[in-house]
Design a protein around this ligand. Structure first.
Ligand SMILES: C[S@@+](CC[C@H](N)C(=O)[O-])C[C@H]1O[C@@H](n2cnc3c(N)ncnc32)[C@H](O)[C@@H]1O
Length: 243
């Protein structure tokens, strides 16, 4: 088993029993669905790896800019990646589909419940041949990072962009959930600065952070930048091992 991994998704059976903020509820008939309060006018959220843009991108995972930034296509590139801001596992699933062993860490149990449910359904339907390379852990990645991983990946929450991006609807639901949850979403441990500092305390050959193209990443200056249209990937290499 990969270092730091949890043995099986069955450990997560109780996740959706977590308490939700007032007005939020689960719909459990069919796929697990998180239903925001009507007053927010947000669509209910279900995670489906088998259809739509998510499934399409998984088929071409090795072409993803994120995969290049992490160096996953290189023979001597990282093999084990810890995703410190797992979210809805879009990025983590693409890393796994591109061949990496991934440990996704997510601090909000409701978000992880959606990921576990989506992954189970995708595996049952034969849509997730990469599923056994994706493991999950509930917790604050800044507090306890596992050992034995080559690379760390960070995708902090940024203020919503004005122009609606694809996937923005999901992000809006997450934003609203975190804002309503105890402690709020922008706790200290989820700022780009705190996440980068925590990653730098780990023994990673490579750290990659996603950020809006208009964004200046926290210091120290990154060793490389992969520029995209809407988002950039900032990379820091270990000075001990410039992989
Ligand atoms: C922008 S979302 C990540 C989206 C993800 N990359 C995807 O493709 O679905 C950020 C996520 O990181 C989580 N998060 C933020 N700080 C964290 C921390 N210190 N430890 C664990 N999870 C954290 C938030 O709860 C949120 O779900």
């Amino acid at each position: 088993m990969m270092p730091g991994a949890l043995p099986s998704a069955s450990l997560f059976d109780g996740l959706s029993e977590c308490s939700l903020p007032e007005g939020w509820r689960w719909r459990r008939e069919g796929p697990l669905t998180l239903v925001p309060p009507a007053v927010l006018a947000l669509a209910p959220l279900t995670l489906d790896f088998t259809a739509g843009r998510l499934a399409h991108r998984l088929l071409r995972a090795s072409e993803e800019p994120l995969v290049r930034a992490l160096g996953l296509r290189r023979k001597d590139g990282p093999r084990r990646v810890v995703d410190m801001t797992g979210g809805l596992a879009g990025d983590a699933s693409r890393m796994a589909a591109a061949g990496a062993e991934v440990l996704l860490i997510e601090r909000h149990p409701a978000v992880l419940a959606l990921v576990v449910d989506g992954l189970r359904r995708a595996e049952a339907e034969g849509f997730a041949p990469w599923g056994d390379r994706l493991r999950m852990s509930l917790g604050n990645a800044c507090e306890a990072l596992p050992e034995g991983f080559d690379a760390a990946y960070l995708d902090p929450m940024y203020p919503p962009r004005k122009k609606a991006a694809l996937g923005a609807q999901e992000l809006r639901v997450l934003d609203a959930l975190f804002a309503a949850s105890e402690g709020g979403e922008r706790t200290e441990a989820s700022t780009p600065e705190a996440l980068l500092a925590a990653a730098r305390r780990g023994a990673f050959r490579r750290i990659v952070m996603k950020g809006p193209a208009s964004y200046a990443p926290p210091p120290p200056a990154p060793d490389f930048v992969h520029r995209g249209k809407a988002v950039n990937f900032y990379g820091w290499l270990s000075s001990a091992n410039n992989a």
